[in-house]
Design a protein around this ligand. Structure first.
Ligand SMILES: O=C(O)CCC(=O)C(=O)O
Length: 300
């Protein structure tokens, strides 16, 4: 049976392992979901007013959906999602205890949007190769490098998940308003969906406000078409292995006054803490890497 809406953490982990996704029930109360919805809506409207709004072209010409980026720096409500115990537990299950945030963004799908191509998030992950056979150099990979294939169980080694994504539903997600579509089991295929195809058996994940859809980096997915008469509000907390470059430049994009309010746990999650020396500025063991203004610079 495909993953069902559930509050059972062990079931969530089993669903992630078997199907590449799980659906968490009641992660937020109705009141918390309403507050989240209000904040996304207010921030999105203000960014439109200031001409700071982004309409990421999911398929090259979609200017209807709005993305609100760098939410970690835009409100406690968003920081709370990243720190939510269920989010941390499931990110740990997929990525291990040391993981960081890749981004925290809102995706508002508006009625009349275009369809987003099916994709997996770790498209940049090199494929395993037999010794002596050619491999693609990691820096040469593009979103369309593939390999493309069918969402069936691979018959050779595949790469592990390096990222884990979570969609927080700030209003009810329905097939009509563009609920995220998932191809169950595609995480074990070891290949990617052809972005021009929509016949892979993807299903919309419908759930009430306050639920969270969690999928790992190899799972094929996309936002759906919004054919309803109102927007769909979702926040994506995107986690990654600590060695992976983050989608959002969270440390550089953070105002100092916001950084100074963050807890040690959140600073570590946001990538301010070096991991085995990676991400250091001058001290490999610093709890919080010093900014350039605070480091020694050139000395005589
Ligand atoms: O908005 C959605 O439903 C999906 C978002 C997505 O595909 C992503 O964040 O990678």
């Amino acid at each position: 049976m495909l993953p069902q809406l559930s509050t059972d953490l062990e079931q969530h982990k089993a669903d992630l392992d078997e199907f590449g996704y799980c659906v968490v029930a009641d992660a937020l109360t109705p009141q918390e979901a309403a507050t989240l919805r209000g904040r996304i809506s207010a921030q999105a409207a203000a960014e439109r007013t200031h001409a700071l709004d982004f309409h990421y072209p999911a398929d090259g010409d979609d200017d209807v959906n709005q993305w609100v980026y760098q939410l970690l720096a835009k409100g406690d409500e968003f920081q709370a999602l990243a720190l939510h115990p269920t989010a941390r537990a499931l990110a740990s299950h997929v990525l291990g205890a040391d993981h960081t945030l890749s981004s925290v963004d809102a995706h508002i799908t508006h009625p009349g949007n275009k369809s987003m191509a099916l994709h997996l998030d770790q498209w940049w992950m090199p494929q395993p190769a037999m010794p002596g056979t050619p491999h693609v150099r990691q820096g040469d990979l593009t979103r369309t490098s593939g390999p493309f294939g069918e969402p069936t169980l691979a018959d050779g080694p595949i790469s592990p998940p390096m990222v884990c994504n979570m969609m927080w539903m700030a209003n009810d997600f329905t097939a009509e308003n563009g609920a995220t579509r998932i191809v169950p089991g595609s995480h074990l295929a070891g290949c990617q969906p052809d972005p021009t195809r929509t016949d892979y058996g993807e299903i919309p994940i419908e759930a009430p406000a306050g639920s969270v859809l969690v999928w790992e980096g190899r799972t094929w997915h996309a936002a759906g078409l919004n054919t309803s008469d109102r927007p769909r509000f979702g926040v994506v907390t995107y986690f990654c292995a600590p060695i992976v470059r983050s989608l959002g430049n969270l440390t550089y994009g953070m105002r100092t006054e916001t950084r100074d309010t963050m807890s040690p746990e959140l600073l570590k999650l946001a990538g301010f803490t070096p991991w085995n020396s990676y991400g250091m500025t001058d001290d490999p063991y610093a709890d919080v890497a010093r900014s350039g203004d605070e480091t020694a610079g050139r000395l005589e």
